[in-house]
Design a protein around this ligand. Sequence first.
Ligand code: MG
Length: 453
Amino acid sequence: MPFEWGYQMTLMISVSGVRGLVGKTMTPTLAAEMGAAFGSHLGGGSVVIGRDSRQSGMMVQSALVGGLLATGCSAIELGIVTTPGTAMMIGVLKAAGGVVLTASHNPGEWNGIKFLTSAGIAPPPELAEKIFARFDAKDFLYVGPQQIGKRLEDNSTHVRHIEKVLPISNVDAIRKRRPRVVLDSVNGAGGIGGVMLLKELGCDVIPMNNEPNGQFAHTPEPTAENLVTLCEVVRREKADIGFAQDPDADRLAIVDETGRYIGEEYTVALVAKYLFAKTPGAAAVNLSTSRMIDDLAAKAGGGAKVHRTAVGEANVAKAIQDHRCVFGGEGNGGVIDPRVVMTRDSFVGMAHVLSLMATDGRPLSKIVDEIPRYVMVKQKFEMEPAKIKAWLERVRTISDGRVNDADGLRIDWAEGWVHVRPSNTEPIARVISEAGDEATAMRLAKRVAEMRG
Ligand code: MG
């Protein structure tokens, strides 16, 4: 029987790994078998393992390492580190692969296991399917006692990460201005390295929730409703900017000096504004990312160009490689700078946004207000995959817009766009629309939604 993607009880399986509820579906048995499946696939070599600050992290890690060692792989434990830090260490230590133990922005009851290839990126779908099929069939290649792998530790991730981010930052300009920065790390994995980086950049840092103890100080997804306190602290402390990381520190949200949450779409937009001006070239973003980046590319002129990819970090990373992009990212606050690591990285996001502010000189709110503003509307519809497919065929008949079918369908008109795509993990279709005002974004979405039959 072919392997089936999707929800299995509360175990969520997708190309980016598994996520489960601790004590229910995220168990030591699962973790050990995931380790054994990955190790059997690799057939030896060393594997770096990073975990976010969740209280279940050591339980999952211990079991997973057992599974890896049993297949002859060595395990290099990095401790509580960020997802981009783990990905970066694969290259530094020339490992055969990596595993990140995180449920990203999901609450503390969850944990997840995410595999990374030797290139530090998520395995492509066909490879992920092979690993999960091996897990499903319990097809593990255990070795004898002489060949059992070694367990090692390495605690240099934060320092090495910062060493890679500093040279791509405008350190002199930032140090001269000494910006006052509030960093909310939600007691996740990003606090220690994040504060170290900001101090190295010469910022006056006000850390918030920077104990990596897994006791998330608020619902961890860095959205407006979860960052009310950060906005207050930025205002009270008269800071120049507030940053919020998610628990594994790949995503970054921003609050301006007035205490306004400006939204995760602006993270990649602000980085685009800085990098398009500094290093004219191409960028890669997914199809659901705001049109702001196209406007910024058009305004920058020169070689500035935007490639659109299917949703998912691995797709963006591939496009960055294929088109030799200067940077890439996703609208959820994830920025990739290939000079550091091919993974979304909140450290990279902070460094570039601070470099932009330091070279521009104006307060962040002024820089933000100059970027064309759009309203994005997100909807989802519960639907069986076959019905979504039929719907997409009808949407494809729209003839007055520009169609991109790299992932579901995105239709672009002069006044805005709509992107319809099936979820990889649930029987739902997501509809995202964007236009200059809410009424237009709603109208465009409605036009497409009405075609679902
Ligand atoms: Mg994350």
